[in-house]
Design a protein around this ligand. Structure first.
Ligand code: GLY
Length: 269
């Protein structure tokens, strides 16, 4: 069932000023409360993230974005979620991205939760070559709410391999040079992080996925940044008109116009 985006302003949730993720308005349902629309949901949630605001102005970082998500509230879990992700990304019926343009990462494991060998093997079985399946620690492959307490778990992340040259021999998704663009993640929410930093099993196993509309639009159009898409181009053109400056004339002007375009969208929403 498709549900509408919640407001950008969280309701009954003092933990953040704005909704930062698709999971935030759904947190009570990830904790076990019954959702009136059922156990399998999809949405496009408006989000504002400011944790990496200093990166805004580069090709990919935004404050405001729309997060496409599919949700299992105690229904399907890892196998079905990864298979559906693979099908949606690669099938000609959906996004039709060639398998060769994809890399993925899985949780490497630590003292709180084990290596996600199940996710690793599912990707391998679907045809992702082993050297394209990266294993990363919590910093990269774990998802929890901005408040750092509540439903959380390991995730698997999906990267579109852009045509940008590799930044070195060890270029990989975690190096953030821009060659590997994270377009989607599937979070396997099976833990509740308590205020004393303990990880308890949730009463139900959930899936939370997040695909940035702006990034996937850019990737599907073969662009190397968000700002070349229809979502930003008319805004940039208006800024050029009002300022009398050319967007691509100088790196500082490009960066400044991207920041203005991003902040205008965020302020508008
Ligand atoms: N699905 C987690 C997130 O990126 O918001």
């Amino acid at each position: 069932m498709e549900i509408p985006s919640a407001s950008l302003m969280p309701e009954n949730d003092p933990s953040t000023l704005f909704n930062t993720a698709g999971m935030q308005p759904l947190a009570p349902f990830l904790m076990g409360e019954k959702h009136p629309a059922g156990k399998r949901l999809v949405d496009a949630q408006k989000c504002v993230r400011t944790g990496d605001i200093d990166e805004v102005g580069n090709q990919w970082h935004l404050t405001f974005f729309e997060m496409l998500g599919n949700w299992s509230l105690g229904d399907y879990f890892k196998k079905e979620a990864i298979e559906m992700s693979f099908e949606f990304l690669t099938s000609k019926k959906w996004l039709g991205i060639p398998v060769e343009k994809l890399a993925v990462s899985v949780f490497a494991g630590d003292e709180d939760a084990p290596f996600d060998d199940e996710a690793f093997n599912i990707w391998k079985g679907l045809g992702i070559r082993e050297e394209r399946i990266y294993k990363y620690p919590k910093k990269e492959n774990w998802w929890e709410p901005a408040s750092a307490i509540g439903p959380c778990g390991p995730d698997t992340e999906m990267f579109y391999i852009t045509d940008k040259p590799a930044c070195g021999a060890d270029c990989q998704p975690s190096c953030a040079c821009g060659k590997y663009l994270e377009i989607w993640n599937d979070v396997f929410m099976e833990y509740n992080k308590t205020s004393d930093e303990k990880f308890e099993q949730l009463s139900q196993k959930n899936v939370d996925t997040g695909m940035g509309l702006e990034r996937v639009t850019a990737a599907l159009n073969g662009y190397s940044d968000n700002y070349a898409t229809d979502l930003f181009k008319p805004i940039i053109e208006k800024i050029e008109e009002l300022s009398g400056e050319k967007y691509s004339s100088d790196i500082d002007i490009t960066r400044s116009m991207r920041i203005i375009a991003d902040h205008l969208r965020a302020a508008t929403f």
